[in-house]
Ligand binder design. Structure first.
Ligand code: PEP
Ligand code: MN
Length: 354
């Protein structure tokens, strides 16, 4: 329920109402606005009816939140959320391109690729240390050693880093090294992982599951917000359909739909969305045109020798071409390419490798 208070309602009245909501076992929310204070109550709405808020003299209106997802809904929170990943802002007017290899394969490969994407205008670095692979014989990632390499390269280049966690047992280790924690498509409905990552105190990049409906994605995001983390970025990365010409079908309908229904920023991953290098640039441009807040794109210093996802990874030259093609499209839809965060002081090597 959304409870809109009258302009003359004092902070004490808001506090009293919030306490009454909490006493009934509902989750109280306080959303002070410029003109009005809005309160929220999440939980069994029949219990709320007992409070008879409609007839409270300082209550202007009481409206149910119709969406099954509450905290992520625009009904609850009208303005766009801007998520801070390190010093990088995702959402708002900027269009953020986060790029890097599928996996951390080695220090040199990660560093060389990071330097290339940074030089071309990427504002964040992506790479997996823990890799979800269909085959148990595929390269599984370097795990915690990979996390250390990624952190080191992030510090060297000044790029905030995004990396996946697959297991609740690794959440603290990933949170300690990453600027944003990725929950991959295969784990979108791993509820224990959602709860643990929701409490990890780092922004989260939540990818849509392979066969997940948009509503399921938004309810998965609701787990993160309900666990206390509002710094959530959604990511459309393609879904499985009857079509086999491409690895997945990139559902760009989802972008304006999600932007209308929620206040969270949404990125598009055209690499997993298509599986085909030559489709990455056109689908990236389409993503920018339909209102995405940025891209998560795979780039490898030499995709021909990549240990995973080489076929969909851009060469550095391809990434430069992408960035050049993106700028006018981003501007045409009234936005601007996000600027690189100011460089931070590099951590001492001993600290990084400890
Ligand atoms: C990835 O981003 O490297 C990844 C494994 O993506 P997804 O979970 O979307 O398959
Ligand atoms: Mn990949």
């Amino acid at each position: 329920m959304i409870i809109v208070l009258k302009p003359e309602a004092t902070p004490q009245i808001a506090e009293k109402l919030l306490a009454e909501i909490a006493e009934r076992g509902l989750k109280p929310l306080h959303m002070p606005g410029v003109e009005r204070v809005v309160l929220g109550a999440l939980g069994d709405e029949r219990v709320l009816a007992e409070l008879n808020l409609e007839s409270h003299p300082m209550v202007e209106s009481v409206k149910p939140i119709l969406a099954p997802y509450k905290l992520v809904s625009r009904e609850m929170h009208a303005h766009d959320t801007v998520v801070k990943v390190g010093d990088l802002a995702i959402g708002g007017r900027g269009f953020a391109v986060i790029a890097g290899p599928c996996a951390v394969e080695s220090r040199d490969q990660t560093r060389n690729t990071a330097r290339e994407v940074k030089a071309a205008g990427a504002v964040g670095l992506r790479a997996g240390a823990f890799k979800p692979r269909t085959s148990p014989y595929g390269f599984q990632g370097h795990g915690r050693e990979g996390l250390r390499i990624l952190r080191e390269v992030g510090d060297e280049t000044g790029l905030p880093v995004v990396t996946e966690v697959m297991d609740t047992a690794d959440v603290d280790a990933v949170a300690a090294q990453a600027d944003a924690i990725q929950i991959g498509a295969r784990n979108m409905q791993n509820f224990a992982l959602l709860r643990a990552v929701g409490q990890a105190g780092k922004p989260v990049l939540l990818k849509r599951g392979l066969s997940a409906k948009i509503e399921e994605l938004l309810l998965a995001a609701e787990y993160l917000l309900a666990a206390g983390n509002e710094q959530v970025i959604l990511c459309e990365r393609g879904i499985r359909t009857f079509e086999t010409a491409t690895r997945n079908t990139l559902d760009l309908n989802a972008i304006p739909y999600i932007k209308q229904k929620t206040h969270l920023p949404v990125l598009v991953d055209p690499s997993h969305g298509t599986g085909i290098r030559d489709l990455v640039i056109p689908m990236s441009l389409a993503a920018a045109a339909c209102g995405a807040d940025g891209l998560l794109v795979e780039v490898h210093e030499n995709p021909a020798v990549a240990l995973s996802d080489g076929a969909q990874s851009l060469y550095p030259q391809g990434f430069r071409n992408l960035m050049a093609a993106l700028t006018p499209v981003v501007q045409a839809v009234g936005r601007q390419m996000a600027a690189a965060p100011a460089p931070r002081a590099a951590a001492a090597p001993a600290e990084v490798l400890a």
